[in-house]
Design a protein around this ligand. Structure first.
Ligand code: NI
Length: 172
C-alpha cells in the first residue's frame, strides 16, 4: 500500500525515533509499504518517520531503475559503526522536500550494522550512492534533514519554499 509522505516542515521529521524491539509481521508489512511508497515516488531511500511511524526503520534501493535487478534493502535499528576520513560531495534530495536539492559533504565509505527483515543482525560496508543514502536515512531517524548541512540562510530559503508548496497542496 502506498502511503502519504510527510513534507517538511513537520515536527515528526524533527523527532528522534525509537529502536525497534522485535520484528513483527506488522512491521514487515510497514517495510513493504515503505518500499512500495519509495519506488512509486520514485526515490532511493525512505525512513519510517517520513510516513509518521516514529521507529528506527529505513528502506533503500540505490540500483538504477533501468538496471533491472532491484535490491530492496530493509534495515531495522541501523547504526553507522564507522566512517571513512575521506569525504565527498553529492547533490542530495529528499522525498520530504520535493524539488529541493543541495550539495552535501559526507564520508565516502561507512560501515553499517542493522537487523534485517528476518530478525538477523547484518554488518556491511557501503560506498558510492549507497553510502550517501544510508547516512541520509539514518539522519532521518535522529530528526535530521540534509538541509541541516547547509547555511542557515539557505535552509530558511528552502523551508520557505516548502511552506508555500504545502499551502498550495493544502497540506499545512
Ligand atoms: Ni530524505
Amino acid at each position: 500500500m502506498i502511503r502519504q509522505i510527510i513534507l517538511h516542515p513537520d515536527t515528526r521529521l524533527r523527532t528522534k525515533c525509537e529502536p525497534v524491539a522485535n520484528i513483527t509481521d506488522e512491521r514487515r508489512r510497514l517495510a513493504a509499504d515503505m518500499l512500495e511508497t519509495m519506488y512509486a515516488a520514485p526515490g532511493i531511500g525512505l525512513a519510517a518517520s517520513q510516513l509518521g511511524v516514529m521507529e528506527r526503520l529505513i528502506v533503500m534501493d540505490c540500483i538504477k531503475p533501468d538496471e533491472n535487478n532491484p535490491q530492496p534493502t530493509i534495515m531495522f535499528n541501523p547504526q553507522i559503526i564507522s566512517r571513512s576520513d575521506e569525504t565527498f560531495s553529492y547533490e542530495e534530495g529528499c522525498l520530504s522536500l520535493p524539488e529541493q536539492f543541495a550539495e552535501v559533504c559526507r564520508p565516502t565509505e561507512v560501515e553499517v550494522s542493522w537487523i534485517n527483515e528476518g530478525g538477523n543482525p547484518v554488518e556491511r560496508s557501503f560506498d558510492g550512492l549507497w553510502a550517501i543514502c544510508v547516512q541520509h536515512e539514518v539522519d532521518h531517524l535522529d530528526g535530521k534533514l540534509f538541509i541541516d548541512y547547509l547555511t542557515p540562510v539557505r535552509r530558511q530559503i528552502i523551508t520557505r519554499k516548502m511552506k508555500k508548496m504545502k499551502r498550495e497542496l493544502d497540506r499545512g
